[in-house]
Design a protein around this ligand. Structure first.
Ligand code: ATP
Length: 519
């Protein structure tokens, strides 16, 4: 097969599905992965879905509309009937081509073995039996991201919507036992932002005005109380409208833990008070001179954390209201990703981002060194990817190209065929240092101001003797679609033999082999 063959690349995330062709810089479409069910019809696509929501709010339509997801809270696709409908919709209305005419690449997150088998089989069934694609490949997202950045070893931190995945990759191989996931990410922030704003709107004396300045809502109004009872449409609409704006304009991550930051500014204020007093003592020649209460208050009130940030809240009834939050509250909202215990005592700090990233690195050090992986350096090594052959280790007929294996001695899919350049036994310290100097931060939630610096800070506390280097795409759109563009890079590699492509005949052969083995 020629390497310049045009093919379709689709990334199915829990928030967005991104689809396009491998010969373009940007995808053809970015759609919500969820859909609206209206009677027996499925409504896909951002504009169509937003129109349905607006129609519901403007006409107070009584028709029951509900939003459903296709990917579960762990980022795993489960609603296969609808995924099929959605992919057909993408081919027909967005890509405007026939699925039979182009090879297809689907990007999946790293999945645990038992799940990977099921999900991969479903995808193969979908590709060959429902969409009738001629050739099909599955790409593991974190691996594609690392390889597309020219790295065979990296720690990929993907802050998405349903969760944050931390994937250590060593010598082109995902260290399966040390992949960690925190469920605290974009969706969790949506929830706490919505709760916080609801509390503010309930407690404040406020009036909302429409675009003509007429009062359409006050906190005595029954509609305000109904803000509490949201259905799935309201939740989806809010997450995709004002909550998005709120995240972009208001959220900030502090470079250190919030109590530490409070202490820092308090100390700064005390230093300033002492300096002012010394100045006063010097100018008045009175060694006992003290600042008066007003001067002290003015210094302490100057705390940067007390500065107000304003947000124009636009409700779903074309209403507007300015909401003011102190900077410390903005920090506090995103701080919950690092310390979820701040939100509820049901959660612990161990579930926070800093902890799970630290654990992933330590586990990677322990697992890779315990199986004696040899060291590999260059990208060239990662490019010798062979078809999967090691099926006795992995029951999935196609699965050795999915996931990864802690030992790079294995053959199979993306793991196999990596040329070992040396044969010295790897120590945990070597793995720590390799991962810490190759941290890739990706996923749209990582776009919150200050996120990268905070990740560096969290790691420098846990690994003080190591150099830490992060790589994050600085262009907003590029970071949002990085999973997709990386898969495009993978499928544009100079030879089709670099990764495993399957035809329907391969698929049937593998399935038959598998059935025979089972019998
Ligand atoms: P997953 O990785 O969980 O499968 P996904 O890949 O579909 O999900 P992303 O597109 O990486 O998800 O992230 C979506 C999340 O990022 C949403 O919660 C969205 O609100 C949030 N988000 C989008 N843009 C920004 C931004 N500029 N700042 C902060 N958060 C953002």
């Amino acid at each position: 097969m020629s390497h310049d063959k045009k093919c379709v690349v689709i990334k199915i995330g829990s928030h967005h599905t991104i689809a396009g062709f491998n010969n373009t810089e940007l995808p053809q479409c970015i759609l919500p992965s969820s859909y609206i069910k209206k009677g027996n019809d499925y409504i896909f696509g951002t504009i169509n879905m937003l129109e349905e929501c607006i129609d519901k709010y403007e006409n107070e339509s009584q028709q029951t509309l509900e939003i459903f997801t296709t990917v579960d809270e762990n980022g795993i696709p489960y609603n296969w009937t609808v995924i099929e409908q959605q992919l057909k919709y993408i081919y027909e209305t967005e890509l405007k081509c026939n699925s039979k005419d182009f090879p297809l690449i689907i990007t999946v997150p790293h999945l645990k073995n038992e799940l990977a088998n099921k999900v991969v089989e479903r995808y193969f069934n979908l590709a060959f039996n429902k969409l009738n694609v001629p050739v099909f490949q599955i790409v593991i997202e974190p691996l594609a991201i690392a390889l597309a950045m020219g790295k065979t070893s990296a720690l990929v931190i993907d802050l998405g919507s349903s969760g944050c995945n931390v994937t250590p990759i060593v010598d082109g191989t995902i260290v399966k036992t040390s992949v960690m996931r925190s469920r605290f990410s974009g969706d969790f922030l949506d929830y706490i932002i919505s709760e916080r704003l609801n509390d503010l709107l309930k407690s404040d004396t406020f009036q909302m005005t429409d675009t003509d300045g007429d009062i359409i809502l006050s906190n005595n109004d029954s509609t305000t109380r109904s803000l509490q009872t949201k259905d799935s449409i309201d939740i989806w609409y809010e997450s995709n409208t004002w909550i998005q704006d709120f995240k972009i304009n208001m959220l900030q991550v502090s470079d250190k833990e919030l109590p530490e930051l409070e202490r820092y500014y308090k100390e700064q204020a005390e230093i300033q008070i002492r300096q002012q007093e010394q100045l006063q003592q010097y100018s008045t020649n009175n060694t006992e001179a003290k600042l008066d209460a007003a001067a002290i208050a003015s210094i302490t009130n100057n705390n940067p954390l007390s500065q107000k940030k304003n947000f124009l809240f636009k409700g779903n009834k074309n209403s507007k209201q300015t909401v003011s939050l102190e900077l410390r509250e903005c920090y506090q909202l995103s701080e919950s990703l690092f310390n979820p215990a701040l939100i509820s005592d049901k959660y612990t700090k161990e579930d926070g981002l800093g902890e799970i990233i630290g654990k992933a690195i330590k586990k990677a050090g322990a697992s890779v060194s315990s199986v004696g992986t040899n060291t590999v350096g260059s990208l060239g090594a990662s490019m010798t990817i062979q078809p999967a052959t090691n099926q006795s280790k992995n029951n999935n007929p196609f699965g050795s190209s999915i996931g990864g294996n802690a030992s790079n001695n294995s053959t199979g899919g993306l793991n196999g065929g990596i040329n070992s350049l040396g044969s010295s036994t790897t120590t945990p310290e070597h793995i720590y240092s390799t991962l810490l100097t190759n941290i890739i931060v990706t996923g749209a939630t990582s776009l919150i101001n200050g996120m990268e610096q905070r990740i560096i800070k969290e790691l420098s506390i846990r690994f003080p003797q190591y150099k830490i280097t992060t790589f994050a795409n600085q262009i907003t759109m590029d970071r949002k679609i990085q999973g997709w563009t990386s898969s495009v890079s993978m499928c544009n590699l100079p030879s089709w033999e670099l990764a495993k492509w399957y035809t329907k005949t391969d698929y049937e052969k593998e399935s038959n082999k598998d059935e025979t083995k089972e019998n």
